[in-house]
Design a protein around this ligand. Structure first.
Ligand code: NAP
Length: 326
């Protein structure tokens, strides 16, 4: 199904997601976890993971911005030669009050402050197409201004489908600005982007980096079927989706066993085998080790095909992000 473009690496690497860092509601964050999160970050960097994703909307309630703050603090604690090798990408939320070409200026400055200056790529978190289509163009122009004025090196987008991705690419190209990446929900439980006519095709054609968010389906694809479901909304989702997963889990277990790897590594490598860089959310040094180890091998084509087939046959998929547009 996937063919590598000459302009993209044969198999993308693995990045790190930080949504949980500061999120009490879904992820049960507590500031007492900060030392473990820093150890997770350090282990990831030591093992060669260098791509970190955050967002200005991460962190619930009074903890808003916490993920950027922690990432900024952890990067600043590294020796400069190590920190320089990292790529830190944030996402700016197009909230209804962020209007016009300058609508992201203050938000961008605030993110850069929280990240202590370590900000390499800015991404539009979602398109406003569903509720305020007119807002999107000026905001995108404003992000392009940040690149042309050398405030930030690279620009990406998120939660857009193939049609909008083409439009955005065209609009930025007219300004001479490269669209570096698109970030979409992509996993064995949300395979739409790699299906025919999906975003992956456009990425290959236009040389846009494809980034897979929630590549473990919030952890469900990494969890053993015997493990108790997590608390709250994640648990409810796990209970709804898990009963259909036995054949997929069995196939993943065989592939994992062959490499003495955990199931999580198979789920991450399935994304890579489709030309996408997975950015699993990591909360412990052990998870960082599993993610880094997954980057050292690849699925055989026949393994990928089997997983494609099993994923395609699932009756229930991850719910689509309500902010995603076509
Ligand atoms: N652009 C967007 O709109 C958007 C939306 C969602 C996410 N994202 C980005 O994508 C990142 C990843 O997505 P996500 O955090 O939603 O979900 P995910 O990566 O699918 O799942 C993350 C969870 O999987 C579990 N896990 C990770 N490694 C594991 C391992 N080796 N073994 C067992 N369990 C493991 C952990 O849960 P436990 O710690 O509970 O074990 C972890 O918190 C986010 O952090 C964020 O940066 C972007």
């Amino acid at each position: 199904m996937a063919h590598s473009s000459p302009s993209l690496p044969v198999a993308p690497g693995i990045g790190v997601g930080t949504w949980a860092w500061g999120n009490q509601l879904l992820w049960g964050y507590d500031p007492s976890q900060d030392a473990t999160l820093q150890a997770t970050f350090q282990r990831a960097v030591e093992l060669g993971l260098h791509w970190f994703d955050t967002a200005d909307s991460y962190g619930t309630g009074r903890l808003n911005g916490r993920s950027e703050q922690l990432l900024g603090r952890f990067c600043a604690a590294l020796p400069p030669q190590q920190s320089e090798r990292l790529l830190v990408a944030t996402k700016l939320a197009p909230f209804p009050w962020r209007l016009g070409r300058g609508g992201f200026r203050r938000a961008f400055a605030a993110s850069r402050r929280r990240l202590q200056g370590k900000l390499d790529r800015v991404q539009l978190h979602w398109s406003t197409a569903r509720y305020a289509a007119w807002q999107e163009g000026p905001l995108l122009e404003g992000l392009a201004d940040l690149v042309t004025q050398a405030e930030v090196a690279e620009l990406g987008v998120s939660n857009v489908g193939p049609r909008r991705l083409r439009q955005m690419h065209r609009r930025l190209a007219a300004r001479g600005v490269r669209l570096a990446s698109v970030q979409v929900q992509l996993s064995l439980l949300s395979p739409a982007p790699i299906e025919p006519g999906g975003v992956a095709e456009v990425c290959r054609e236009l040389g846009i980096e494809l980034i897979a968010y929630s590549p473990l389906a919030l952890g469900l694809l990494a969890a053993s079927h015997e493990a108790p479901a997590p608390a709250g909304a994640r648990g409810a989702l796990f209970r709804r989706l898990a009963p259909q997963l036995a054949p997929l889990r069995e196939a993943m277990a065989v592939m994992a066993q062959r490499r003495a790897a955990p199931a999580a590594a198979v789920a991450l490598n399935w994304c890579r085998s489709h030309g996408a860089m997975p950015i699993p959310g990591l909360r412990s040094p052990a998870q960082a080790e599993a993610a880094a180890a997954a980057g050292r091998w690849l699925l055989e084509p026949a393994e990928r095909e089997l997983l494609d087939q099993l994923a395609g046959g699932l009756m229930r998929r991850m719910p689509a992000n309500p902010l995603a547009s076509d």
